[in-house]
Design a protein around this ligand. Structure first.
Ligand code: CP
Length: 271
């Protein structure tokens, strides 16, 4: 459909300290479709890389831009950017959380299932940023079981939050428990950005945590699969499961664009 020029005259900084395909391009296209200017800023090419504090970068960018999207490692750097910039800051992912991806996942699940309430969701993989954000997002109405190997649990504060939801939340080391009866199954890479030196150890530790056909057979027959991408076929998901569920996964990727436009519209339209 037609996009209203809700960002006409507005500028959005897209500041990235980590690689990105979807987040970068969907924001660039989304801001353009809404009539604004999106500027991609690689942190590696900025004075941040030579030690300029994030607080100072924030106070400069906040004088030029109407909002900032920031992908980086430490959540505390996103928090500092938000505190010092004086403009809305949107997390494009940190080591702690990936909120836009999970908003997108919830949108996609609702597109396929017509609802969220009462569904059974499962996650098989690393208790890292996607797991943290999925716990918060999925517990808005769904039952959620997360299966991680020992030593790869989600953040303690997120698990504390989940305790409020009683039997609607379960943490296990048995991936089949997350799959059994599921309406939607989520997974993510075993080795996230910045952890490359741990790749071999992680392959050993996550052995048995793959979404394969046998595990999918435990889920409901119409179970959908969500993966934020990029996917490592043969690690967290088999090539056949990926291709069987490719429409759902690439609808999910498309929905990043729609969710980000909605978020920017809420933050900036009419301001
Ligand atoms: N899902 C996601 O965040 O993809 P990118 O790392 O390519 O931005």
């Amino acid at each position: 459909g037609r996009t209203e020029p809700l960002l006409a005259g507005k500028s959005v900084a897209l500041l990235f300290s980590k690689a990105s395909t979807r987040t970068r391009t969907s924001f660039e296209v989304g801001v353009y479709q809404m009539g604004g200017l999106g500027t991609y800023l690689s942190a590696a090419d900025m004075q941040i890389a030579r030690g300029e504090p994030i607080q100072d970068t924030a106070r400069v960018l906040g004088r030029y831009y109407d909002a900032i999207v920031y992908r980086t490692f430490k959540q505390s750097d996103v928090d500092a950017l938000a505190r010092y910039s004086g403009v809305p800051v949107v997390s494009g992912m940190t080591d702690y959380a990936h909120p836009l991806q999970v908003l997108t996942d919830l949108m996609t699940v609702r597109e396929y299932k017509g609802k969220l309430a009462g569904l059974k969701a499962g996650f098989v993989g690393d208790g890292y940023n996607m797991a943290n954000s999925l716990i918060v997002g999925c517990l808005m109405g769904m039952d959620f079981t997360i299966a991680c190997p020992n030593g790869y649990r989600p953040s303690a504060d997120v698990l504390f939050f989940a305790r409020e939801y009683g039997d609607h939340f379960k943490l296990t080391t048995a991936p089949d428990e997350a799959a059994r009866g599921a309406d939607v199954l989520f997974t993510d890479v075993w080795t996230s950005m910045g952890m490359e030196r741990e790749t071999e150890r992680r392959r050993r530790d996550f052995n048995g945590f793959c979404l394969d056909a046998a595990r999918m057979a435990l889920a409901k027959p119409d179970c959908i699969v969500q993966h934020p991408l990029p996917a490592h076929r043969g690690e967290e998901i088999t090539p056949d499961v990926f291709e069987t569920h490719a429409d759902e996964i690439f609808d999910e990727a498309e929905n990043r664009l729609h969710v980000e436009k909605a978020v920017l519209g809420i933050l900036l339209a009419g301001k």
